[in-house]
Design a protein around this ligand. Structure first.
Ligand SMILES: [Fe+2]
Length: 333
């Protein structure tokens, strides 16, 4: 992509920061840069009308966001009907299970700013959609930008937003997110993205994904993973190229009336990916491992003797064909 005649942009300093950044390897390969925007730019961004929204109740908040230029978007783990969301949120801790992923406890709502009006946000939107930014990210992660489609936006995630641990589907070539929360205490709120690794007893699923690139990757239950780090710092960016190990997750549980979890979020999507199957998390349950504990307690001496005797007896009385067959009921993978 030839950009030799390109006019410079006020956000070009971000390109240098990406190029000069080192990769972190834990829990998977990614770039994390703190103080991403300059102090002045960050101040101007987070005090813009579109970011510093607040209201006294849920219907008023959604109305304010819609008036400010946000639109409710279809996003994983979210509902798009305002009434359903408000109703669920009013009874958040009671039984409200409709339309949520079976690995999650709640469901949220995500809104994307479609028409920024404040100058700095108009300029930022133009920069993030432009060639220089996307080519810079693609180069950093050895991707061919020509074979990808860009998608990005400034998004707000209301309380209850949850996406359980997942590595991203195989069509996602790149994911980035920048925390641009307004308010002093965003870092201590329960709104941040977790970066995780599979617990040892479930690590075979990562290996399965490595060995089967045409099998799509799915969400898994929270307790199959452990959090290694969280992106809590305001004005920080994390970028990664999704693969079998890039487990990440979010569970927002906070009062969204004063401030809302706000991010610049973007992806590069591969235009063409071959996928043969789409297993869900239950398909990865290997028989005998369901409910498995990390370590097995050693059986007592008495138990070991009983086991040995019953094994001997079973060898003397062979099972019928049908019984043997039941034992050979292999898991799916
Ligand atoms: Fe994701």
């Amino acid at each position: 992509m030839d950009m030799s005649n390109r006019i410079s942009h006020r956000f070009d300093y971000l390109l240098k920061k990406i190029r000069r950044s080192d990769f972190s390897l834990h829990p998977f390969r990614h770039v994390e840069i703190k103080n991403f925007f300059s102090e002045e730019d960050f101040q101007e961004i987070t005090t813009a009308n579109e970011i510093s929204t607040s209201a006294s109740n849920d219907p008023a908040l959604i109305e304010v966001l819609l008036e400010t230029g946000y639109r409710i978007i279809n996003f994983p783990g979210c509902v798009t009907e305002t009434d359903r969301y408000i109703q669920w949120h009013a009874s958040k801790h009671s039984d409200a299970t409709a339309n949520r992923h079976d690995t999650c406890e709640g469901f949220g709502m995500v809104l994307r700013l479609i028409e920024p009006k404040t100058n700095i946000l108009v300029s930022l939107n133009e920069f993030l959609k432009g060639d220089a930014w996307n080519a810079c990210l693609a180069e950093k992660f050895d991707l061919n930008l020509e074979s990808c489609t860009r998608d990005c936006g400034l998004q707000k995630y209301l309380d209850g937003y949850e996406i359980s641990p997942h590595p991203d589907v195989t069509r996602k070539a790149l994911t980035y997110m920048v925390n641009i929360n307004n308010g002093q205490h965003s870092e201590s709120r329960t709104i941040h993205t977790h970066f995780l690794k599979m617990k040892p007893e479930w690590a075979y699923i990562t290996e399965y994904w490595k060995g089967n690139p045409r099998s799509n990757r799915c969400w898994v239950p929270w307790d199959w993973c452990e959090t290694v780090k969280r992106q809590t710092a305001n004005n920080s960016i994390v970028v990664f190229a999704p693969g079998p190990s890039t487990m990440h997750a979010v569970h927002a549980d906070y009062d969204h009336l004063e401030i809302q979890r706000t991010q610049l979020y973007g992806n590069l999507w591969l235009n063409k990916v071959e996928v043969d199957i789409e297993p869900v998390w239950q398909d990865h349950l290997v028989r005998g491992r369901a409910g498995a504990r990390p370590r097995r307690e050693k059986p007592s001496l008495a138990k070991r003797i009983i086991n040995r005797v019953s094994k001997k007896l079973s060898r003397q009385s062979p099972k019928k064909e049908s019984e043997t067959h039941t034992k050979l009921n292999h898991p799916k993978y």
